[in-house]
Design a protein around this ligand. Structure first.
Ligand code: MRU
Length: 364
């Protein structure tokens, strides 16, 4: 990913060879602060508080959390405790369980003295795999955007609607839903993105808008409720969103509000595509509505809003009357029947058990 011409990843190891660096996403877009993580508790806090967020990224950062834990305690009990503790930090994105499970599998048979170095190598491999996976998702999604552009005799801008942030800030690099958009933009296709603000935490308004802007991709932030209206008036050519967990039957969990966009897309004949890396497929969940745990987050994310004041301070204000309770389900499930297809690193496929298992026989 590029920020004003410079290449970054969303997680990296410091020059000292062991501390882990991330951007503090709770400070974006107002400040680009880099955090230094030195133990697994700091990693767990960063994931819970959403200093890092996005399904693939929390998996990669948790993998580095296991490596940090093993520097202090490389015993089997230490490994198991770190894997269990980090795996519990957020429930919906299956990438987290996938990544710490992969760490445990790679390390538990090694002598304790070799585990820390091997853990850093395995975490780096998970990060590299994610960056390459997301690049390929972009390559497989790009033809969808090209087809829309070419179907227009006069050219004309391709309007994409996206929800939440499934860009490079949510992954190690490239993003999932935004990867085809970046690749289309870089290939010279005229692209414009409708960015859902994504209440309650505003990942669209704060993060997607910021990263698209840094890359120079034209975009417009809209209130979450605007998508149906835009689709009704022919102003959305395609929806592309990310996902935190795809069930065996093709049901897709993603940020709360995704389901409503899929319903509006179906009603208006707008294609609704979901970008899915292999680490997000959970063939152990037979269907999404009953099989995917939905994270409930604190009510204060709904009752309060954080922004920047005119004089440049970050401030949090309450927007709900004192005494009114608030509920905060953080994800919802879009049934497979509303999904036009999945864009994966292995190609595009239907959102169905047969198509998923044909593409991922290794996960059957
Ligand atoms: O709560 P968040 O910000 O971690 O939720 C992120 C999303 O819902 C993303 O769309 C999803 O993780 C896919 S990221 C490539």
């Amino acid at each position: 990913m590029r920020i004003d011409g410079k290449h970054y990843r969303s997680v990296w190891v410091d020059e000292d060879g062991w501390t882990v660096r991330i951007f503090d996403q709770t400070r974006l877009p107002w400040a680009l602060d880099v955090l230094r993580l030195t133990d697994e508790e700091q990693v767990a806090h960063a994931i819970r508080s959403m200093q890092v967020r996005g399904a693939p990224l929390i998996g990669a950062v948790a993998a580095y959390g296991v490596a940090l834990a093993l520097r202090r305690d490389p015993s089997t009990a230490g490994l198991d405790a770190a894997v269990a503790m980090l795996g519990r930090t957020r429930p919906t994105a299956v990438n987290l369980a996938w990544a710490v499970g992969r760490m445990r599998a790679a390390l538990h048979n090694l002598p304790p003295g070799e585990r820390a170095a091997a853990a850093y190598a395995e975490a780096a491999s998970i990060a590299d795999d994610d960056a390459e996976t997301c690049r390929r998702i972009g390559a497989h999604g790009l033809p969808l955007l090209r087809e829309i552009a070419e179907a227009r005799p006069s050219g004309g801008t391709v309007n994409v609607l996206t929800h939440c942030n499934a860009g490079w800030l949510a992954t190690v690099d490239w993003g999932t839903a935004l990867s085809p958009i970046y690749q289309a933009h870089d290939a010279g296709l005229p692209i414009h993105v409708w960015v859902d603000e994504t209440r309650p935490r505003n990942q669209g308004a704060a993060l997607t808008a910021w990263e698209l802007g840094r890359h120079g991709v034209p975009h417009t932030v809209v209130a979450d409720n605007a998508g149906g209206h835009l689709m009704q008036h022919g102003r959305v050519d395609i929806c592309i969103v990310g996902t935190d967990r795809v069930a065996r039957n093709g049901d897709v969990a993603n940020k709360i509000g995704t389901y409503l966009k899929a319903l509006a897309a179906r009603d208006n004949g707008v294609p609704f595509w979901v970008a899915m890396p292999h680490s997000t497929l959970d063939t152990g969940a037979a269907d999404g509505v009953s099989g995917i745990p939905i994270e409930e987050r604190g009510a204060e994310e709904v009752t309060d809003l954080t922004g920047r004041t005119a004089d440049g301070r970050m401030e949090t204000v309450r927007v709900v009357p004192e005494g009114s309770p608030a509920a905060n389900p953080a994800f919802d499930v879009t049934p497979a029947r509303l999904v036009s297809g999945l864009i994966t690193e292995r190609g595009r496929c239907e959102a169905s058990e047969a198509a998923l298992l044909a593409l991922y026989p290794d996960k059957a």
